[in-house]
Design a protein around this ligand. Sequence first.
Ligand code: R5P
Length: 338
Amino acid sequence: MVLRSCAKSRAPATANPQVSGCPRVAAGWQVRPRTVGCLPATVGKIAATTYWMHPAIPSRVWNYSMDWGMQNRLAGIISPTTRRCVMLAVDHGYFQGPTSGLEQPGKVVAPLLPFADALMLTRGVLRNCIAPDCRVPIVLRVSGGTSVLQDDLSNEDLTVSIEDAVRVNASALAISIFVGSEHEKQTLANLARLCDEGQRYGIPVLAVTAVGKQMTRDARYLGLACRIAAELGAHIVKTYHCEGFEKVVAGCPVPVVIAGGKKIEEREALLLAYRAVSEGAVGVDMGRNIFLSNWPVSMIQAVRSIVHEGSTDVQAWEAFVEMAGQRGALHMTQVVPS
Ligand code: R5P
């Protein structure tokens, strides 16, 4: 094992449009004024009134043809100020049972809630483990029907009625689609039906592009799945970061958030978040890389600084080290395989 200082990060320095050779300008990014109504999806605040606009990002995170309720719910999830979102995902139990780190979801979630823009979970955990005075918008997992005991996880149905989603005051409905799987058609039909229901009640739908065991998580496949989700009516799409992620975003006319995936080193997870938002994601819907960290509160705060404050992964890592250091001994170093 080698101890490496975080100062040796691979991340580029913060871009500055005034500096000649600025990498973002060279890559086609634009500095846009922040105006009420045009809702630019942006990366990195560079002044009080201007933002970086990635060339591939959709120019709106929602549109005004939507009903007031739909817009209002989306605005609760994706910040109208930064056009960004930190969603905390703790819905894993819907097919994994009492999975590591989520044995007691209420205890795990409580200290993280002040830093989450939205909370993604099932109605069972919501009703039993989350206090009803919770002010964080709920993204309700409404698909399921298989468990980790099955080889094929794609055999999902809708598992919550729209009336029950309304009853728990859901701000969005989350459903998995399995493009390219045995049950592709069924899961896509589920999504289309859910979008109809959501449309009827003004509740946006988040489509999770789940990846089957045989599927490669590349831009071609994820781009296909994301675009299909948006075409069928999803208002937000959740997918994985991959090489060529900009193409995935460019081909998807609705906001994209990334899943964190399996637990990795905090330093790497911050780089993942940074790359995703730099390449056009409106934010993250992250679970394991937050709640499985030894410093989950510091971790969600560091992720938040990347998503909402335009921090680089280096800056976020330094902040993480400092915060985690205050919460328990952690040195300004990173353990990486030799
Ligand atoms: C799928 O199992 C769920 O929607 C997860 O909540 C999702 O994949 C995000 O969690 P993680 O960041 O742990 O991948």
